[in-house]
Design a protein around this ligand. Structure first.
Ligand SMILES: *Cc1c(COP(=O)(O)O)cnc(C)c1O
Length: 500
C-alpha cells in the first residue's frame, strides 16, 4: 500500500498484513540491534535511555520528541573510524545535522559530507574544520561554490561539466586550487539485499561510465589549472545489507582508474565509495557489521587494484544512516485507539499518536518498516495486530505499518519508535502546522536539549500576513491595521517585529 494523492485506496488499506507477521514472544523486549545501545527497561517497566526515564523526557520536553543516545552515536563514530583506519570517514550530514551533532562528529575525528551551502553553513557555524568537509550536490550554485572555496573546504565533488567549468573559473578568480573528485555513476543501484547492475544509469547524479562521460570529465579536470583532481567518487544507494553491489561498483570504478592511468599516465590517489550501509529497523533485519563491511570493502578494492596493476588508493566512505539512525528513538503520546474489522477474522487496531508523517515520513515515502514498544510501562495485554498512525489529515500518514501492541494500550500511554535518527528530522515538515519535535540528548542520567520544539510562533514569524491589502481594506474602519493583524493571527505582524 502506498499513500496516494487521491486518498487511500480503501480496499488496499483493509488488506490483511503480509505474512509472515507473527506476534513477538515478548512485547516488552528491546532487541539490542534495533534499540539505542543504552536502552533498558527500568523498575516500573519504563524505557530508559542513557539512564534517563522516557516518562521524564516526555514530561519535561513534551511529545513527540526525538531522543538521541549520545553514547551510542559517538561509539558508532568511533567504530567506523577504527574499522576504516587509514581511510577517511565522512559522516553524511543529510541524515541528521544540528550544531551539536556536527560537534560530536568533529570530536570523534570524523569528516563531514554536506550537499548544500546551508548544510555547509551549519557545519562552519559548529566549528567543523573546513579541511575535513566534502561538498556534494548536483546543483551547486556559484554562491555555494564561492563560499566553499573561501572557507577552504577539503574536497569538492564535481557532478556535471557545467559545474566543472564554473568551479575552475571561480578557482582562477579567487586564486585557489581546490582538491576535487569526479562523481561517477557506475550503473549499480543497491537496496537492502538486492542490487541492479546496468550499463546505463537514468538518474541526476554524476557522470556515467557508459559512453565515456566520466573519462571526459576526468580529462577536462586534469586540464584545468585551477583544479587539483585527487580522485573518483561513487555512491550506489542506501540501506544496503551486503557488499555485493559495492563489489560491482568497485570493479567498474577501478576500471576507470586504470583507463586514466593508461591514457594520462596518472594514478589518482583517492577513491570515495560513498555511503549506504543499512541498519536494522526491525528485529528481523540483519545488516552487515561495520568491521566486516570495512574488511570486505578493503579486500575488494585491493583485489581489483592488484588485477589492474594499480597502487591501492586512499579510501573514503560516507556513512549517514549507519551512524545516526539507531541511536535515536521518537517518543509519542498515544491518543485515539480504534479497532477496525478487516473481515476474514482480522482486526487491525489503529493506534493514533501525536505526530506522524511530519516527523517521520519514511513509511509514507518509502514503505519503510518500523517497530515500536510501550515506553511508560510494561505490556499487560495480549499482542494485537496494530498500525501506528499519526494525526495528519492524510490516510497515508502511517508511522508503523504492521506491528503488534499490547491489547491494553490506551490514550495517554507513551509509545517509542526506534531507529528514527536518520532521514526523519532531516525530512520533517510542518504539515498541518505541526511544529517539528525537539531533539533531546541523553547520557549518564542527564537529558539536555539539542534543538528545541518548533512552536506556532516560530512558524507564524515567517508569515507576514498581507498588511498592505489589509491596510487598504481597513483604512476606513476604526481598528488600526496593526492591532487587527495582532488579533487575527495571535502574533505581531511582520512590520511590527523587532529588527534582528
Ligand atoms: C546520502 C548519501 C550518503 C549517506 O547515505 P547513507 O545511506 O545514509 O549512509 C553518502 N554519500 C552521498 C553522496 C549521499 O548522497
Amino acid at each position: 500500500m502506498r499513500a496516494h494523492e487521491a486518498g487511500a485506496l480503501h480496499a488496499e488499506v483493509a488488506e490483511p498484513p503480509a505474512l509472515p507477521l507473527r506476534p513477538p514472544a515478548d512485547l516488552d523486549s528491546l532487541a539490542p540491534h534495533v534499540w539505542p545501545a543504552t536502552a533498558r527497561r527500568g523498575p516500573d517497566g519504563e524505557i530508559r535511555v542513557g539512564g534517563v526515564d522516557l516518562r521524564a523526557v516526555a514530561a519535561e520536553f513534551g511529545t513527540p520528541c526525538y531522543v538521541i543516545d549520545e553514547t551510542d552515536f559517538r561509539s558508532r563514530c568511533r567504530r567506523w573510524r577504527t574499522a576504516f583506519e587509514g581511510a577517511t570517514v565522512y559522516y553524511a550530514a543529510k541524515a541528521l545535522l544540528t550544531l551539536g551533532i556536527a560537534r560530536w562528529v568533529a570530536d570523534e575525528q570524523l569528516g563531514l559530507d554536506v550537499c548544500t551551502g546551508d548544510e555547509l553553513a551549519v557545519a562552519l557555524r559548529a566549528g567543523v574544520d573546513p579541511a575535513r568537509i566534502v561538498f556534494h550536490g548536483n546543483n551547486k550554485s556559484d554562491a555555494e561554490l564561492r563560499t566553499a572555496l573561501q572557507a577552504g573546504v577539503g574536497r569538492i565533488v564535481i557532478d556535471a561539466f557545467a559545474e566543472l567549468r564554473r568551479l575552475a573559473a571561480l578557482g582562477a578568480e579567487l586564486g585557489v586550487r581546490p582538491d576535487v573528485l569526479i562523481r561517477v555513476t557506475v550503473g549499480v543501484e543497491a537496496h537492502t539485499h538486492e542490487f541492479i547492475a546496468t550499463a546505463h544509469e537514468d538518474q541526476k547524479f554524476g557522470f556515467s561510465l557508459a559512453g565515456g562521460q566520466a573519462l571526459a570529465a576526468v580529462t577536462e579536470a586534469l586540464g584545468a589549472t585551477s583544479l587539483r583532481l585527487v580522485g573518483l567518487h561513487s555512491h550506489i544507494g542506501s540501506q544496503i545489507f551486503d557488499t555485493a553491489g559495492f563489489e560491482v561498483a568497485a570493479h567498474r570504478v577501478v576500471g576507470l582508474l586504470r583507463t586514466i592511468r593508461d591514457q594520462h599516465g596518472i594514478e589518482l590517489p583517492e577513491l570515495n565509495l560513498g555511503g549506504g550501509v543499512g541498519v536494522a529497523y526491525t528485529a528481523d533485519d540483519d545488516p552487515v557489521d561495520v568491521a566486516e563491511f570495512a574488511a570486505q570493502v578493503r579486500a575488494i578494492v585491493e583485489r581489483e587494484c592488484a588485477a589492474a596493476g594499480l597502487a591501492v588508493p586512499r579510501l573514503a566512505v560516507e556513512p549517514g544512516r549507519a551512524i545516526a539512525g539507531p541511536p535515536v528513538l521518537t517518543v509519542y503520546r498515544v491518543g485515539t485507539v480504534k479497532p477496525v474489522d478487516l473481515g476474514g477474522g482480522f482486526v487491525r487496531t489503529y493506534v493514533s499518536v501525536d505526530g506522524g508523517m511530519s516527523d517521520n515520513i519514511r513509511a509514507a515515502l518509502y514503505d519503510a518498516a518500523y517497530t515500536c514498544a510501550l515506553a511508560n510501562r510494561r505490556a499487560a495485554g495480549e499482542p494485537i495486530l496494530a498500525r501506528v498512525v499519526g494525526k495528519h489529515c492524510e490516510a497515508g500518514d502511517i508511522v508503523v505499518r504492521d506491528t503488534f501492541v499490547s491489547a491494553d494500550i490506551q490514550d495517554g500511554d507513551l509509545l517509542a519508535v526506534p531507529v528514527t535518527g536518520a532521514y526523519c528530522r532531516s525530512l520533517a515538515s510542518n504539515y498541518n502546522y505541526l511544529g517539528r519535535p525537539p531533539l533531546v540528548a541523553v547520557r549518564d542520567g542527564r537529558a539536555r536539549l539539542l534543538v528545541r520544539r518548533e512552536t506556532i510562533d516560530d512558524l507564524l514569524r515567517l508569515d507576514l500576513g498581507d498588511d498592505l491589502n489589509r491596510g487598504e481594506c481597513t483604512a476606513s474602519e476604526d481598528t488600526p491595521p496593526d492591532t487587527r493583524t495582532h488579533d487575527r493571527a495571535g502574533v505581531r505582524s511582520g512590520a511590527a517585529e523587532p529588527a534582528e
